[in-house]
Design a binder for this molecule. Structure first.
Ligand code: UD1
Length: 430
């Protein structure tokens, strides 16, 4: 398995082009199930999660086309995928594909909406605590689906005549449930109202694409979404929105190493919460249309508290990276995780760099130390792997990160992007 090797201590200087958002590209690809037409997606990040989903969609009978952009060009340009759902002949999503990545489970909504039936394996994904699917099931049942769980599979059937619009109030905000029910509702009979829905920018991006496909959706990007079902959807072309988590991760990397980094092709309003936390720590940022400049002077950053929240709050997907940043800040920082119950696997890996972090239930207290020292570490989940890179970039000496397949699931060409800005980072094939 590949390893990443980093020699720490180099500041990051230069420009990084931000890729399309993984968390938007995945639900957008599943929307290809909803139409007989061709969905063309541009600015799709080059990631194994995307390819895993492409394989799953292909196994359903979707005609999947893929145009990979050359490596030496703009590293954030992304790939183009075309999905044609005219010949879908299976509504079965097997364990070996769904278990690799939780978002594969999201084919459930569109399959049920268009074909009236689906058999989808219960999901896998990152080891960040129990991730139940009760809210998906309750939501689809409210729309008339009959659902049974048997031998690790969710087996769902729509009533004769298709799903029926309903008002669904989720007991907690879930991104995946919102994607799934919104897609299911586009082809349901009548009106669906999703209350307490996720307002993440990726939900809005999916809704924008569905609207281009002929869906009638209002309120995406707020906590109440109204969908009027239509008879069918058509093909469309859509550009995936920029990845706010990737942008936030690079912002934290520059804040950690020092230097001056410009993030290009970003939607700054989608990472305002992270930028404001960085400002509180003493990081300088300047927004100029679709660019953000991040600069840090020689002084130590200030320990700053963070609580993860649903959008527009501080994202859980940046929690691990922020914890890395705080390991060398002046004073203590309290980092509270409210979205996932066990998302602190990176704490013990950060300790290998000499970080001083204590855990108290859903809160980690980081006691800033003067400096980190390079170490062999292991990536425990997708976002935590970026946290280890950030620590390695600033640590004295050499760091090796194993289990980098987690990184390849979610960060598009991260070593190339960082090395163009002065980082000493290489991939070692084994
Ligand atoms: C998505 C993102 C992930 C991000 C997360 C929260 C993608 C591919 N993944 O994951 O990167 O960290 O949103 O912003 O976009 N829950 C239930 N029952 C359910 C469904 C969810 O209790 O049926 C709980 C989860 O366990 C979790 C919380 O709801 O505690 C939020 O999770 P959710 O928003 O569903 O995360 P995902 O959509 O899986």
């Amino acid at each position: 398995m590949d390893k990443i090797k980093i020699i720490g201590g180099q500041p990051l200087n230069g420009r990084i082009s931000i890729s399309g958002a993984k968390n938007a590209a995945l639900p957008l690809m599943t929307a290809g199930i909803l139409t007989e037409g061709t969905l063309r997606l541009e600015h799709v990040p080059h990631l194994t999660d995307v390819r895993t989903l492409g394989t799953l969609l292909g196994s359903l009978g979707i005609d999947v086309g893929y145009d990979e952009r050359p490596l030496n060009g703009d590293l954030g340009a992304g790939d183009v995928w075309t999905l044609n759902g005219a010949n879908i002949n299976s509504q079965f999503a097997p364990y070996d594909l769904v278990s690799k990545m939780r978002a594969s489970f999201w084919v459930l909504g569109p399959l049920l909406a268009r074909f009236g039936q689906a058999k989808v394996s219960l999901p896998g994904g990152c080891a960040i605590g129990a991730r139940p699917v009760d809210l998906y099931i309750k939501g689809l049942q409210a729309m008339g689906a009959e659902i049974e769980i048997d031998e690790g599979y969710v087996i769902a059937k729509a009533p004769k005549g298709g799903l029926v619009g309903a008002t669904v109030r989720s007991k907690m905000v879930s991104v995946g449930v919102t994607h799934t029910l919104m897609m299911a509702a586009t082809l349901a009979n009548g009106e669906t109202v999703l209350e307490n829905s996720a307002s993440e920018p990726e939900v809005k991006d999916l809704a924008d694409c569905l609207i281009k496909m002929g869906a009638r959706i209002e309120g995406a990007g707020t906590s109440t979404i109204r969908i009027q079902g239509v008879d069918s959807l058509m093909g469309a072309t859509h550009r995936v929105l920029p990845d706010r988590i990737e942008a936030g991760s690079f912002a934290m990397a520059a804040a950690m190493t020092g230097g001056e980094l410009t993030l290009c092709g970003v939607k700054h309003e989608t990472i305002e919460s992270a930028l404001s936390v960085l400002r509180a720590c003493g990081v300088h940022s300047e927004v100029n249309e679709d660019e953000i400049l991040i600069r840090r002077n020689e002084e130590r950053l200030l320990g700053t508290n963070v609580v993860t929240q649903v959008y527009p709050g501080f994202p859980t997907d940046l929690q691990a990276q922020f914890m890395s940043l705080m390991t060398t800040a002046k004073g203590d920082s309290d980092i509270t995780e409210t979205i996932f119950e066990n998302r602190f696997m990176h704490v013990q890996e950060l300790a290998r760099f000499g970080a001083d972090i204590s855990l108290h239930g859903d809160k980690a207290i980081v006691h800033g130390v003067e400096r980190l020292k390079g170490a062999p570490v292991m990536a425990s989940d997708l976002r935590a792997s970026a946290a280890l890179i950030i620590a390695g970039l600033a640590a004295e000496g050499e760091t090796t990160i194993s289990r980098v397949y987690h990184l390849d699931r979610g960060f598009d060409r991260i070593e190339e992007k960082l090395s163009r800005c002065g980082a000493l980072i290489t991939r070692e094939k084994e």
